[in-house]
Design a protein around this ligand. Structure first.
Ligand SMILES: NC(=O)C1=CN([C@@H]2O[C@H](COP(=O)(O)OP(=O)(O)OC[C@H]3O[C@@H](n4cnc5c(N)ncnc54)[C@H](OP(=O)(O)O)[C@@H]3O)[C@@H](O)[C@H]2O)[C@@H](O)CC1
Ligand SMILES: Nc1ncnc2c1ncn2[C@@H]1O[C@H](COP(=O)(O)OP(=O)(O)O)[C@@H](O)[C@H]1O
Ligand SMILES: [K+]
Length: 512
Protein backbone atom coordinates (compact mmCIF):
# COMPACT_ATOMS: atom_id res chain seq x y z
CA UNK A 1 0.00 0.00 0.00
CA UNK A 2 1.19 3.49 -0.79
CA UNK A 3 1.44 6.49 1.51
CA UNK A 4 0.71 9.85 -0.10
CA UNK A 5 1.35 13.38 1.06
CA UNK A 6 -1.51 15.78 1.88
CA UNK A 7 -0.75 17.62 -1.36
CA UNK A 8 -1.02 14.41 -3.38
CA UNK A 9 -4.31 13.55 -1.67
CA UNK A 10 -5.77 16.94 -2.63
CA UNK A 11 -4.63 16.25 -6.18
CA UNK A 12 -6.23 12.79 -6.08
CA UNK A 13 -9.39 14.43 -4.77
CA UNK A 14 -9.45 16.86 -7.69
CA UNK A 15 -8.78 14.16 -10.29
CA UNK A 16 -11.53 12.00 -8.78
CA UNK A 17 -14.12 14.76 -9.07
CA UNK A 18 -13.21 15.32 -12.71
CA UNK A 19 -13.00 11.70 -13.79
CA UNK A 20 -15.98 10.42 -11.86
CA UNK A 21 -17.96 13.55 -12.67
CA UNK A 22 -19.12 13.98 -9.10
CA UNK A 23 -19.31 17.02 -6.86
CA UNK A 24 -17.02 17.50 -3.87
CA UNK A 25 -20.19 17.43 -1.79
CA UNK A 26 -20.90 13.91 -3.06
CA UNK A 27 -17.35 12.83 -2.23
CA UNK A 28 -17.75 14.19 1.28
CA UNK A 29 -21.04 12.32 1.66
CA UNK A 30 -19.22 9.16 0.53
CA UNK A 31 -16.45 9.73 3.08
CA UNK A 32 -18.86 10.50 5.92
CA UNK A 33 -21.00 7.49 5.05
CA UNK A 34 -17.95 5.22 5.27
CA UNK A 35 -17.30 6.50 8.79
CA UNK A 36 -20.95 6.09 9.71
CA UNK A 37 -21.01 2.50 8.38
CA UNK A 38 -17.90 1.67 10.38
CA UNK A 39 -19.57 3.00 13.53
CA UNK A 40 -22.96 1.43 12.83
CA UNK A 41 -21.37 -2.01 12.39
CA UNK A 42 -19.82 -1.75 15.84
CA UNK A 43 -22.43 0.23 17.76
CA UNK A 44 -25.61 -1.44 16.47
CA UNK A 45 -27.79 1.35 17.81
CA UNK A 46 -26.26 1.42 21.32
CA UNK A 47 -27.55 4.33 23.44
CA UNK A 48 -24.08 5.73 24.09
CA UNK A 49 -23.67 9.50 23.79
CA UNK A 50 -21.66 10.88 20.84
CA UNK A 51 -19.98 14.28 21.01
CA UNK A 52 -18.92 15.34 17.52
CA UNK A 53 -16.49 18.26 17.36
CA UNK A 54 -16.36 19.79 13.89
CA UNK A 55 -13.89 22.37 12.63
CA UNK A 56 -14.83 24.78 9.86
CA UNK A 57 -12.99 23.07 6.99
CA UNK A 58 -13.76 19.86 5.16
CA UNK A 59 -12.73 17.70 8.10
CA UNK A 60 -15.48 19.48 10.00
CA UNK A 61 -17.74 18.84 7.01
CA UNK A 62 -17.07 15.11 7.34
CA UNK A 63 -17.99 15.37 11.01
CA UNK A 64 -21.29 17.04 10.13
CA UNK A 65 -22.15 14.23 7.68
CA UNK A 66 -21.39 11.61 10.34
CA UNK A 67 -23.45 13.56 12.88
CA UNK A 68 -26.44 13.80 10.55
CA UNK A 69 -26.35 10.10 9.65
CA UNK A 70 -26.05 9.06 13.29
CA UNK A 71 -28.98 11.30 14.26
CA UNK A 72 -31.08 9.96 11.39
CA UNK A 73 -30.41 6.45 12.67
CA UNK A 74 -31.58 7.31 16.17
CA UNK A 75 -28.26 7.73 17.98
CA UNK A 76 -27.79 10.10 20.88
CA UNK A 77 -25.63 12.80 19.30
CA UNK A 78 -24.46 16.27 20.15
CA UNK A 79 -22.68 18.20 17.40
CA UNK A 80 -20.40 21.17 18.15
CA UNK A 81 -18.81 23.58 15.71
CA UNK A 82 -15.34 24.61 16.84
CA UNK A 83 -15.67 28.13 15.54
CA UNK A 84 -12.02 29.04 15.20
CA UNK A 85 -12.45 31.10 12.03
CA UNK A 86 -15.15 32.74 9.94
CA UNK A 87 -13.65 31.29 6.77
CA UNK A 88 -15.77 28.18 6.43
CA UNK A 89 -15.32 25.75 3.55
CA UNK A 90 -18.06 25.37 0.94
CA UNK A 91 -18.79 21.78 1.86
CA UNK A 92 -18.78 22.58 5.53
CA UNK A 93 -21.51 25.16 4.88
CA UNK A 94 -23.56 22.78 2.72
CA UNK A 95 -23.50 20.17 5.46
CA UNK A 96 -24.11 22.76 8.15
CA UNK A 97 -27.43 23.53 6.44
CA UNK A 98 -28.16 19.85 5.87
CA UNK A 99 -27.79 18.94 9.53
CA UNK A 100 -30.00 21.88 10.49
CA UNK A 101 -32.65 20.65 8.04
CA UNK A 102 -32.43 17.14 9.43
CA UNK A 103 -32.54 18.07 13.11
CA UNK A 104 -34.38 21.38 13.00
CA UNK A 105 -31.70 23.03 15.09
CA UNK A 106 -28.20 24.34 14.54
CA UNK A 107 -25.21 22.55 16.07
CA UNK A 108 -23.75 24.23 19.19
CA UNK A 109 -21.31 26.96 18.27
CA UNK A 110 -18.17 26.94 20.42
CA UNK A 111 -16.28 30.21 20.78
CA UNK A 112 -14.21 29.64 23.87
CA UNK A 113 -13.66 27.76 27.12
CA UNK A 114 -17.12 28.65 28.45
CA UNK A 115 -18.65 26.50 25.74
CA UNK A 116 -16.78 23.31 26.61
CA UNK A 117 -19.45 20.65 27.29
CA UNK A 118 -19.45 18.06 30.04
CA UNK A 119 -18.14 14.75 28.78
CA UNK A 120 -18.46 11.48 30.66
CA UNK A 121 -15.82 8.76 30.46
CA UNK A 122 -18.20 6.36 28.72
CA UNK A 123 -19.22 8.85 26.01
CA UNK A 124 -17.65 8.77 22.56
CA UNK A 125 -15.88 11.79 21.09
CA UNK A 126 -15.62 12.12 17.32
CA UNK A 127 -12.73 14.40 16.45
CA UNK A 128 -13.39 16.28 13.20
CA UNK A 129 -11.71 19.54 14.15
CA UNK A 130 -8.78 19.53 11.74
CA UNK A 131 -7.78 17.10 9.04
CA UNK A 132 -4.92 17.15 6.57
CA UNK A 133 -5.53 20.86 5.97
CA UNK A 134 -3.90 21.85 9.28
CA UNK A 135 -1.59 24.72 8.38
CA UNK A 136 -0.37 25.90 11.78
CA UNK A 137 -0.19 24.74 15.33
CA UNK A 138 -3.53 24.93 17.20
CA UNK A 139 -3.37 27.61 19.87
CA UNK A 140 -5.51 29.53 22.37
CA UNK A 141 -8.85 28.05 23.36
CA UNK A 142 -8.73 25.48 20.54
CA UNK A 143 -5.56 24.05 22.02
CA UNK A 144 -7.27 24.09 25.41
CA UNK A 145 -10.21 22.23 23.90
CA UNK A 146 -7.86 19.57 22.53
CA UNK A 147 -6.35 19.16 25.99
CA UNK A 148 -9.81 19.11 27.57
CA UNK A 149 -10.92 16.31 25.23
CA UNK A 150 -7.72 14.36 25.88
CA UNK A 151 -8.34 14.58 29.62
CA UNK A 152 -11.98 13.49 29.36
CA UNK A 153 -11.23 9.74 29.44
CA UNK A 154 -13.92 9.26 26.79
CA UNK A 155 -13.07 7.14 23.75
CA UNK A 156 -11.81 9.42 20.97
CA UNK A 157 -12.36 8.47 17.34
CA UNK A 158 -10.40 10.72 14.98
CA UNK A 159 -11.62 11.35 11.46
CA UNK A 160 -8.84 11.13 8.88
CA UNK A 161 -6.10 12.18 11.32
CA UNK A 162 -6.01 13.25 14.97
CA UNK A 163 -6.53 17.02 15.00
CA UNK A 164 -3.29 18.91 15.46
CA UNK A 165 -1.20 16.31 13.63
CA UNK A 166 0.13 16.99 10.14
CA UNK A 167 -0.04 14.26 7.54
CA UNK A 168 3.61 14.59 6.59
CA UNK A 169 5.29 17.38 8.50
CA UNK A 170 6.89 17.53 11.94
CA UNK A 171 4.95 18.18 15.09
CA UNK A 172 5.45 21.58 16.72
CA UNK A 173 3.55 21.19 19.97
CA UNK A 174 2.92 17.81 21.59
CA UNK A 175 0.30 19.45 23.83
CA UNK A 176 -1.86 20.57 20.93
CA UNK A 177 -2.78 17.20 19.41
CA UNK A 178 -5.77 14.96 19.94
CA UNK A 179 -4.66 11.62 21.40
CA UNK A 180 -7.02 9.34 19.54
CA UNK A 181 -8.02 5.87 20.67
CA UNK A 182 -8.73 5.00 17.07
CA UNK A 183 -8.31 6.80 13.77
CA UNK A 184 -10.35 6.26 10.62
CA UNK A 185 -8.29 7.58 7.76
CA UNK A 186 -9.35 8.12 4.17
CA UNK A 187 -7.86 6.13 1.29
CA UNK A 188 -4.29 5.76 2.55
CA UNK A 189 -2.63 6.15 5.94
CA UNK A 190 -0.49 9.22 6.46
CA UNK A 191 3.27 9.14 7.02
CA UNK A 192 3.00 10.62 10.52
CA UNK A 193 1.09 7.49 11.65
CA UNK A 194 4.29 5.46 11.44
CA UNK A 195 6.86 7.67 13.13
CA UNK A 196 7.53 7.33 16.86
CA UNK A 197 6.98 11.03 17.75
CA UNK A 198 3.64 11.33 15.96
CA UNK A 199 2.35 7.74 15.71
CA UNK A 200 1.53 7.69 19.43
CA UNK A 201 -1.39 10.07 18.82
CA UNK A 202 -2.98 7.80 16.23
CA UNK A 203 -3.13 4.47 18.13
CA UNK A 204 -4.89 1.92 15.96
CA UNK A 205 -6.16 2.97 12.60
CA UNK A 206 -8.34 1.69 9.80
CA UNK A 207 -8.10 2.85 6.23
CA UNK A 208 -11.44 3.59 4.56
CA UNK A 209 -11.53 3.41 0.78
CA UNK A 210 -13.46 6.42 -0.47
CA UNK A 211 -12.94 5.53 -4.12
CA UNK A 212 -10.35 8.15 -5.08
CA UNK A 213 -9.18 7.78 -8.67
CA UNK A 214 -7.29 4.50 -8.89
CA UNK A 215 -5.23 5.50 -11.89
CA UNK A 216 -3.90 8.56 -10.08
CA UNK A 217 -3.05 6.48 -7.01
CA UNK A 218 -1.35 3.80 -9.06
CA UNK A 219 0.80 6.06 -11.18
CA UNK A 220 1.82 8.54 -8.52
CA UNK A 221 5.17 8.05 -6.81
CA UNK A 222 4.31 7.82 -3.10
CA UNK A 223 6.12 9.23 -0.07
CA UNK A 224 6.58 5.69 1.19
CA UNK A 225 5.40 2.16 0.65
CA UNK A 226 3.86 -0.03 3.36
CA UNK A 227 5.03 -3.61 3.32
CA UNK A 228 2.42 -6.13 4.32
CA UNK A 229 1.56 -9.66 3.37
CA UNK A 230 0.56 -8.87 -0.22
CA UNK A 231 3.93 -7.26 -0.93
CA UNK A 232 5.87 -9.96 0.93
CA UNK A 233 4.19 -12.64 -1.18
CA UNK A 234 5.53 -10.94 -4.29
CA UNK A 235 9.06 -10.79 -2.89
CA UNK A 236 9.23 -14.46 -1.93
CA UNK A 237 11.46 -16.67 -4.08
CA UNK A 238 10.36 -20.26 -4.42
CA UNK A 239 12.66 -23.09 -3.43
CA UNK A 240 13.69 -25.15 -6.44
CA UNK A 241 12.88 -28.85 -6.64
CA UNK A 242 16.44 -29.69 -7.70
CA UNK A 243 18.06 -27.14 -5.42
CA UNK A 244 20.81 -28.33 -3.09
CA UNK A 245 22.41 -26.69 -0.10
CA UNK A 246 24.86 -24.90 -2.38
CA UNK A 247 21.96 -23.29 -4.23
CA UNK A 248 20.89 -21.49 -1.07
CA UNK A 249 24.25 -20.17 -0.16
CA UNK A 250 26.70 -20.22 2.67
CA UNK A 251 26.16 -17.55 5.33
CA UNK A 252 29.06 -16.42 7.46
CA UNK A 253 28.05 -15.02 10.82
CA UNK A 254 30.85 -13.07 12.48
CA UNK A 255 29.62 -12.41 15.98
CA UNK A 256 30.09 -12.76 19.72
CA UNK A 257 32.61 -12.03 22.43
CA UNK A 258 33.03 -13.34 25.96
CA UNK A 259 29.59 -13.22 27.59
CA UNK A 260 27.86 -12.47 24.30
CA UNK A 261 28.22 -15.69 22.36
CA UNK A 262 24.43 -15.95 22.43
CA UNK A 263 24.32 -13.27 19.72
CA UNK A 264 26.19 -15.62 17.38
CA UNK A 265 23.91 -18.52 18.32
CA UNK A 266 20.78 -16.50 17.60
CA UNK A 267 22.01 -15.05 14.31
CA UNK A 268 23.28 -18.42 13.05
CA UNK A 269 20.04 -20.18 13.95
CA UNK A 270 18.00 -17.44 12.28
CA UNK A 271 20.10 -17.70 9.12
CA UNK A 272 19.33 -21.43 8.96
CA UNK A 273 15.64 -20.98 9.72
CA UNK A 274 15.23 -18.42 6.97
CA UNK A 275 16.68 -20.92 4.54
CA UNK A 276 20.44 -20.52 4.12
CA UNK A 277 21.97 -23.73 2.74
CA UNK A 278 24.96 -23.61 5.07
CA UNK A 279 26.00 -21.43 7.96
CA UNK A 280 29.44 -20.93 9.43
CA UNK A 281 29.88 -18.97 12.62
CA UNK A 282 33.13 -17.14 13.20
CA UNK A 283 33.57 -16.53 16.94
CA UNK A 284 36.29 -16.00 19.55
CA UNK A 285 37.68 -19.28 20.90
CA UNK A 286 35.41 -19.17 23.95
CA UNK A 287 32.41 -19.59 21.67
CA UNK A 288 33.47 -22.81 20.03
CA UNK A 289 31.80 -25.41 22.29
CA UNK A 290 28.76 -23.25 22.77
CA UNK A 291 28.09 -22.97 19.05
CA UNK A 292 28.83 -26.62 18.36
CA UNK A 293 26.42 -27.79 21.01
CA UNK A 294 23.59 -25.25 20.50
CA UNK A 295 23.63 -25.12 16.69
CA UNK A 296 24.99 -28.51 15.57
CA UNK A 297 24.01 -27.72 11.96
CA UNK A 298 26.51 -24.84 11.85
CA UNK A 299 30.21 -25.05 11.16
CA UNK A 300 32.39 -23.06 13.49
CA UNK A 301 35.62 -21.16 12.92
CA UNK A 302 37.41 -19.43 15.74
CA UNK A 303 39.58 -16.39 16.14
CA UNK A 304 43.03 -16.83 17.66
CA UNK A 305 41.83 -14.78 20.62
CA UNK A 306 39.87 -16.39 23.41
CA UNK A 307 37.42 -13.59 24.20
CA UNK A 308 37.14 -11.20 21.27
CA UNK A 309 37.70 -10.99 17.54
CA UNK A 310 41.11 -9.89 16.30
CA UNK A 311 41.67 -11.39 12.87
CA UNK A 312 38.92 -12.70 10.66
CA UNK A 313 40.08 -15.47 8.35
CA UNK A 314 38.17 -18.19 6.54
CA UNK A 315 38.87 -20.58 3.72
CA UNK A 316 35.65 -20.52 1.73
CA UNK A 317 33.66 -18.03 -0.31
CA UNK A 318 30.66 -16.96 1.77
CA UNK A 319 27.59 -15.86 -0.16
CA UNK A 320 26.76 -13.33 2.56
CA UNK A 321 28.26 -12.09 5.80
CA UNK A 322 26.38 -10.95 8.89
CA UNK A 323 28.72 -9.10 11.22
CA UNK A 324 28.71 -7.19 14.48
CA UNK A 325 26.29 -8.86 16.88
CA UNK A 326 27.85 -8.88 20.35
CA UNK A 327 31.42 -8.37 19.11
CA UNK A 328 32.35 -5.53 21.48
CA UNK A 329 34.70 -2.73 20.50
CA UNK A 330 38.19 -4.05 21.26
CA UNK A 331 40.92 -2.24 19.31
CA UNK A 332 41.93 -5.47 17.61
CA UNK A 333 38.32 -5.98 16.52
CA UNK A 334 38.30 -2.52 14.93
CA UNK A 335 41.29 -3.32 12.71
CA UNK A 336 39.90 -6.77 11.92
CA UNK A 337 36.76 -5.11 10.64
CA UNK A 338 38.71 -2.59 8.62
CA UNK A 339 40.64 -5.34 6.84
CA UNK A 340 37.52 -7.36 6.22
CA UNK A 341 35.61 -4.45 4.65
CA UNK A 342 38.54 -3.42 2.46
CA UNK A 343 39.05 -6.82 0.91
CA UNK A 344 35.50 -7.90 0.37
CA UNK A 345 32.78 -7.77 -2.25
CA UNK A 346 30.48 -10.20 -0.42
CA UNK A 347 27.00 -8.89 0.49
CA UNK A 348 27.10 -7.70 4.11
CA UNK A 349 24.65 -7.22 6.94
CA UNK A 350 26.24 -4.87 9.45
CA UNK A 351 24.77 -4.66 12.92
CA UNK A 352 25.27 -3.65 16.54
CA UNK A 353 28.89 -3.12 17.62
CA UNK A 354 30.09 -3.17 14.01
CA UNK A 355 27.89 -0.08 13.52
CA UNK A 356 29.23 1.51 16.69
CA UNK A 357 32.79 0.83 15.55
CA UNK A 358 32.03 2.50 12.21
CA UNK A 359 30.49 5.51 14.00
CA UNK A 360 33.56 5.89 16.18
CA UNK A 361 36.05 5.31 13.34
CA UNK A 362 34.49 7.34 10.53
CA UNK A 363 37.27 6.49 8.06
CA UNK A 364 35.71 3.02 7.93
CA UNK A 365 32.76 4.55 6.09
CA UNK A 366 34.96 4.85 3.02
CA UNK A 367 35.50 1.11 2.85
CA UNK A 368 31.91 0.20 3.63
CA UNK A 369 31.01 -2.40 0.99
CA UNK A 370 28.40 -1.02 -1.45
CA UNK A 371 24.90 -2.46 -1.11
CA UNK A 372 25.54 -3.50 2.47
CA UNK A 373 22.49 -3.69 4.70
CA UNK A 374 22.91 -1.74 7.95
CA UNK A 375 20.51 -2.56 10.78
CA UNK A 376 20.74 0.17 13.43
CA UNK A 377 18.35 0.70 16.31
CA UNK A 378 17.82 4.41 17.10
CA UNK A 379 20.89 4.62 19.36
CA UNK A 380 23.18 3.12 16.74
CA UNK A 381 21.60 5.28 14.06
CA UNK A 382 22.45 8.45 15.96
CA UNK A 383 26.10 7.42 15.87
CA UNK A 384 25.94 6.95 12.10
CA UNK A 385 23.98 10.01 10.95
CA UNK A 386 24.17 12.39 13.93
CA UNK A 387 21.35 13.77 16.08
CA UNK A 388 18.08 14.69 14.41
CA UNK A 389 15.60 17.48 15.17
CA UNK A 390 12.54 15.32 14.59
CA UNK A 391 11.53 12.11 12.84
CA UNK A 392 11.25 13.81 9.45
CA UNK A 393 14.74 15.22 9.80
CA UNK A 394 15.89 11.72 10.74
CA UNK A 395 14.44 10.26 7.54
CA UNK A 396 16.13 12.94 5.44
CA UNK A 397 19.46 12.28 7.15
CA UNK A 398 19.18 8.54 6.56
CA UNK A 399 18.24 9.03 2.90
CA UNK A 400 21.33 11.18 2.46
CA UNK A 401 23.50 8.61 4.24
CA UNK A 402 22.09 5.78 2.14
CA UNK A 403 22.74 7.66 -1.09
CA UNK A 404 26.21 8.78 -0.14
CA UNK A 405 27.44 5.36 0.89
CA UNK A 406 25.30 3.21 -1.40
CA UNK A 407 23.86 1.17 1.47
CA UNK A 408 20.44 0.00 2.61
CA UNK A 409 19.56 1.21 6.12
CA UNK A 410 16.99 -0.58 8.25
CA UNK A 411 15.79 1.81 10.97
CA UNK A 412 14.54 -0.64 13.59
CA UNK A 413 11.57 0.24 15.77
CA UNK A 414 7.84 -0.28 16.19
CA UNK A 415 7.38 0.39 12.48
CA UNK A 416 10.73 -0.56 11.07
CA UNK A 417 11.57 1.63 8.09
CA UNK A 418 13.96 0.48 5.39
CA UNK A 419 15.63 3.30 3.53
CA UNK A 420 17.36 2.98 0.19
CA UNK A 421 18.35 6.19 -1.59
CA UNK A 422 15.17 8.28 -1.59
CA UNK A 423 12.78 5.43 -1.00
CA UNK A 424 11.07 4.45 2.24
CA UNK A 425 9.55 1.04 2.98
CA UNK A 426 7.50 0.85 6.16
CA UNK A 427 7.02 -2.54 7.73
CA UNK A 428 3.58 -3.48 9.00
CA UNK A 429 4.39 -6.60 11.02
CA UNK A 430 5.89 -6.80 14.52
CA UNK A 431 4.76 -5.98 18.04
CA UNK A 432 6.06 -4.71 21.40
CA UNK A 433 6.81 -8.29 22.45
CA UNK A 434 9.82 -8.02 20.15
CA UNK A 435 11.37 -5.36 22.36
CA UNK A 436 13.56 -8.04 23.92
CA UNK A 437 17.29 -8.74 23.90
CA UNK A 438 18.47 -10.64 20.87
CA UNK A 439 15.58 -9.91 18.56
CA UNK A 440 17.85 -7.61 16.56
CA UNK A 441 20.50 -10.35 16.37
CA UNK A 442 17.91 -12.68 14.91
CA UNK A 443 16.95 -10.05 12.32
CA UNK A 444 20.58 -9.82 11.20
CA UNK A 445 20.68 -13.59 10.78
CA UNK A 446 17.45 -13.46 8.78
CA UNK A 447 18.67 -10.77 6.39
CA UNK A 448 22.08 -12.45 5.97
CA UNK A 449 20.36 -15.78 5.29
CA UNK A 450 18.21 -14.16 2.60
CA UNK A 451 21.21 -12.48 0.98
CA UNK A 452 22.83 -15.92 0.87
CA UNK A 453 19.88 -17.25 -1.05
CA UNK A 454 20.31 -14.60 -3.72
CA UNK A 455 17.80 -11.95 -2.64
CA UNK A 456 19.27 -8.57 -3.49
CA UNK A 457 20.11 -6.19 -0.66
CA UNK A 458 16.88 -4.18 -0.71
CA UNK A 459 14.61 -7.22 -1.05
CA UNK A 460 16.48 -9.13 1.65
CA UNK A 461 16.03 -6.14 3.95
CA UNK A 462 12.38 -5.44 3.26
CA UNK A 463 11.26 -9.06 3.03
CA UNK A 464 13.43 -10.07 6.00
CA UNK A 465 12.00 -7.34 8.21
CA UNK A 466 8.47 -8.37 7.29
CA UNK A 467 9.01 -12.11 7.93
CA UNK A 468 10.91 -11.42 11.16
CA UNK A 469 8.04 -9.20 12.37
CA UNK A 470 5.44 -11.74 11.33
CA UNK A 471 7.34 -14.46 13.22
CA UNK A 472 7.29 -12.11 16.22
CA UNK A 473 3.54 -11.65 15.82
CA UNK A 474 2.93 -15.39 15.73
CA UNK A 475 5.22 -15.88 18.72
CA UNK A 476 3.34 -13.19 20.66
CA UNK A 477 -0.04 -14.75 19.77
CA UNK A 478 1.19 -17.97 21.39
CA UNK A 479 3.12 -16.57 24.33
CA UNK A 480 1.92 -13.02 24.96
CA UNK A 481 4.10 -9.93 24.58
CA UNK A 482 5.96 -10.21 27.85
CA UNK A 483 7.06 -13.82 27.56
CA UNK A 484 8.19 -13.63 23.95
CA UNK A 485 11.95 -14.07 23.62
CA UNK A 486 14.23 -13.76 20.62
CA UNK A 487 14.46 -17.54 20.26
CA UNK A 488 10.66 -17.67 20.03
CA UNK A 489 10.80 -15.25 17.11
CA UNK A 490 13.35 -17.51 15.39
CA UNK A 491 11.29 -20.59 16.28
CA UNK A 492 8.31 -19.08 14.48
CA UNK A 493 10.08 -18.11 11.26
CA UNK A 494 8.73 -21.40 9.91
CA UNK A 495 5.16 -20.38 10.78
CA UNK A 496 5.76 -16.97 9.25
CA UNK A 497 6.79 -18.58 5.97
CA UNK A 498 3.79 -20.92 6.04
CA UNK A 499 1.51 -18.02 6.86
CA UNK A 500 2.67 -16.14 3.76
CA UNK A 501 0.56 -18.35 1.53
CA UNK A 502 -1.82 -19.99 3.98
CA UNK A 503 -4.74 -17.60 3.97
CA UNK A 504 -5.62 -14.17 2.69
CA UNK A 505 -5.04 -11.25 5.02
CA UNK A 506 -8.46 -9.92 6.08
CA UNK A 507 -8.74 -7.04 3.69
CA UNK A 508 -11.68 -4.83 4.49
CA UNK A 509 -11.10 -2.41 1.66
CA UNK A 510 -9.36 -2.64 -1.70
CA UNK A 511 -6.46 -0.24 -1.69
CA UNK A 512 -4.11 1.47 -4.10
N1 LIG B 1 -8.57 15.01 0.26
C1 LIG B 1 -9.59 14.21 0.05
O1 LIG B 1 -9.54 13.44 -0.84
C2 LIG B 1 -10.80 14.29 0.89
C3 LIG B 1 -10.77 15.01 2.08
N2 LIG B 1 -11.79 15.04 2.92
C4 LIG B 1 -11.65 15.71 4.20
O2 LIG B 1 -11.13 16.99 4.05
C5 LIG B 1 -10.12 17.21 5.03
C6 LIG B 1 -9.26 18.33 4.63
O3 LIG B 1 -10.08 19.46 4.63
P1 LIG B 1 -9.55 20.96 4.48
O4 LIG B 1 -8.58 21.01 3.37
O5 LIG B 1 -10.74 21.81 4.36
O6 LIG B 1 -8.79 21.21 5.80
P2 LIG B 1 -9.16 20.92 7.34
O7 LIG B 1 -8.23 19.89 7.80
O8 LIG B 1 -10.59 20.69 7.54
O9 LIG B 1 -8.73 22.25 8.10
C7 LIG B 1 -8.50 23.41 7.41
C8 LIG B 1 -9.25 24.55 8.04
O10 LIG B 1 -8.82 24.72 9.35
C9 LIG B 1 -8.18 25.99 9.50
N3 LIG B 1 -6.97 25.76 10.24
C10 LIG B 1 -5.90 25.03 9.90
N4 LIG B 1 -5.01 24.96 10.90
C11 LIG B 1 -5.56 25.66 11.91
C12 LIG B 1 -5.16 25.95 13.22
N5 LIG B 1 -4.00 25.50 13.72
N6 LIG B 1 -5.94 26.70 14.01
C13 LIG B 1 -7.11 27.17 13.54
N7 LIG B 1 -7.55 26.92 12.30
C14 LIG B 1 -6.79 26.19 11.50
C15 LIG B 1 -7.97 26.57 8.14
O11 LIG B 1 -8.34 27.89 8.24
P3 LIG B 1 -7.47 29.13 7.82
O12 LIG B 1 -6.04 28.70 7.62
O13 LIG B 1 -8.07 29.59 6.57
O14 LIG B 1 -7.62 30.07 8.95
C16 LIG B 1 -8.98 25.79 7.30
O15 LIG B 1 -10.19 26.49 7.22
C17 LIG B 1 -9.47 15.85 5.14
O16 LIG B 1 -8.70 15.69 6.27
C18 LIG B 1 -10.71 14.97 5.12
O17 LIG B 1 -11.26 14.90 6.42
C19 LIG B 1 -13.01 14.28 2.65
O18 LIG B 1 -14.13 15.05 2.97
C20 LIG B 1 -13.21 13.85 1.22
C21 LIG B 1 -12.01 13.57 0.44
N1 LIG C 1 7.48 -2.05 19.89
C1 LIG C 1 7.96 -2.78 18.88
N2 LIG C 1 7.14 -3.14 17.86
C2 LIG C 1 7.62 -3.88 16.83
N3 LIG C 1 8.89 -4.32 16.73
C3 LIG C 1 9.74 -3.99 17.70
C4 LIG C 1 9.32 -3.23 18.83
N4 LIG C 1 10.40 -3.06 19.63
C5 LIG C 1 11.43 -3.69 19.04
N5 LIG C 1 11.05 -4.27 17.89
C6 LIG C 1 11.90 -5.01 16.95
O1 LIG C 1 12.80 -5.84 17.67
C7 LIG C 1 14.13 -5.72 17.16
C8 LIG C 1 15.03 -5.11 18.23
O2 LIG C 1 16.32 -4.97 17.76
P1 LIG C 1 17.54 -4.48 18.68
O3 LIG C 1 17.12 -3.25 19.42
O4 LIG C 1 18.73 -4.41 17.85
O5 LIG C 1 17.63 -5.67 19.73
P2 LIG C 1 18.91 -6.45 20.26
O6 LIG C 1 20.08 -5.53 20.12
O7 LIG C 1 18.61 -6.72 21.68
O8 LIG C 1 19.03 -7.67 19.46
C9 LIG C 1 14.02 -4.89 15.89
O9 LIG C 1 13.81 -5.72 14.78
C10 LIG C 1 12.77 -4.05 16.17
O10 LIG C 1 12.13 -3.61 15.00
K1 LIG D 1 -9.55 15.06 12.81
Amino acid sequence: MKIFSAEQLYEADKTTLEKQEITSEALMERAGTKIFNWLQKRMQGAPVKFHIFCGIGNNGGDGLVVGRLLIEHGYNVHVYVVNCSDKRSKNFLINYDKIKNATKKWPSLMKGEDDFPQINPDDIIVDAIFGIGLNRCPSGWVKNLIQYLNRSQAFILAIDIPSGLSANAPLEDMEAVIKANHTLTFQTPKLSFFLPETGVFVSNFDVLDIGLDLEYLQKTEPLAQIISKAEAQRFYRTREKFGHKGTYGHTLIIAGSYGKIGAAVLASTAAFRIGAGMVTAFVPKCGYSILQSTVPEAMVLTDKEEEFLSEITYDFEPSAIGIGMGIGKNEATVSALEKLFKNNKTPFVIDADALNIISENRELLKSLPKNSVLTPHPGELKGLVGKWKNDYDKLEKVKKFSKKHGVVVIIKGAYTITVFNDKLYINSSGNPGMATAGSGDSLSGVVAGLLSQGYDALLAAVFGVYIHGRAGDIAAELMGYEATMASDIIGNLSEAYLDLFSKEEPQSEPMA
